[in-house]
Ligand binder design. Structure first.
Ligand code: SF4
Length: 156
C-alpha cells in the first residue's frame, strides 16, 4: 500500500509557528489515516525549532525570522529529516501545507513579511521533489487522490 508524507499541521497537530494548526476535514484524510498510509512530519519542529516560534520566510537562499534570526540550518535539517522519513517508508507522494517556507510548493512568501507570494518551493518540498517524490498541497487534494489511485493501480 502506497504511503503519503503529510504536514503535521494538516492533521490538526498544533505545530504551526503560532501554536495553531491547519486541520483538514476532507473525508479522504480520515480514510488515509485509518488505512495507515500517513507518515506525519513537521520539518520545522524536527529541525529543532520550538512551538510557538517567530514566523520565518526565505530570503536570498537563507531562511530568516521576522526578528532577523537566521534559521536556515534548522530548516535544512528538517528538510533532510523529512526526506529520510519519506525514503525509509518508500513514499512516492506528499501532501504539504501551501505557502510555508518549509512545506510550500510552487508559491511561497517572498521574504518581505508583507504576505507577498513569489514563485518557489519551501526547503522540504524542494528536497522531496529533487528526490522524485510528487508534492501536492492541501489545495490539490483532488489531484492527490487521482495520483494515489494511479500508484495503487501500478502496484497490482
Ligand atoms: Fe505545518 Fe510544515 Fe509549518 Fe510544520 S513546517 S507547521 S508541518 S507547514
Amino acid at each position: 500500500m502506497e504511503k503519503i508524507l503529510i504536514s503535521s499541521c494538516l492533521l490538526g497537530n498544533q505545530v504551526r509557528y503560532d501554536g495553531g494548526d491547519n486541520r483538514l476535514t476532507e473525508s479522504c484524510i480520515a480514510k488515509w489515516q485509518a488505512q495507515g498510509r500517513l507518515c506525519v512530519i513537521c520539518p520545522e519542529v524536527s529541525g529543532g525549532l520550538p512551538t510557538p516560534r517567530a514566523p520565518a520566510e526565505q530570503r536570498g537562499g537563507q531562511v530568516i525570522t521576522c526578528d532577523g534570526q537566521d534559521v536556515t540550518a534548522q530548516f535544512h535539517l528538517g528538510a533532510n529529516l523529512a526526506l529520510a522519513v519519506a525514503q525509509a517508508e518508500g513514499v512516492k507522494m506528499a501532501i504539504l501545507k501551501a505557502r510555508s517556507p518549509s512545506c510550500g510548493s510552487m508559491r511561497i512568501y517572498d521574504g518581505s513579511f508583507s504576505r507577498t507570494l513569489t514563485d518557489g518551493d519551501g526547503l522540504t518540498a524542494a528536497a522531496l521533489k529533487q528526490a522524485g517524490i510528487r508534492v501536492f498541497s492541501e489545495l490539490e487534494l483532488d489531484e492527490a487522490q487521482l495520483y494515489l489511485e494511479q500508484l495503487d493501480a501500478e502496484c497490482h
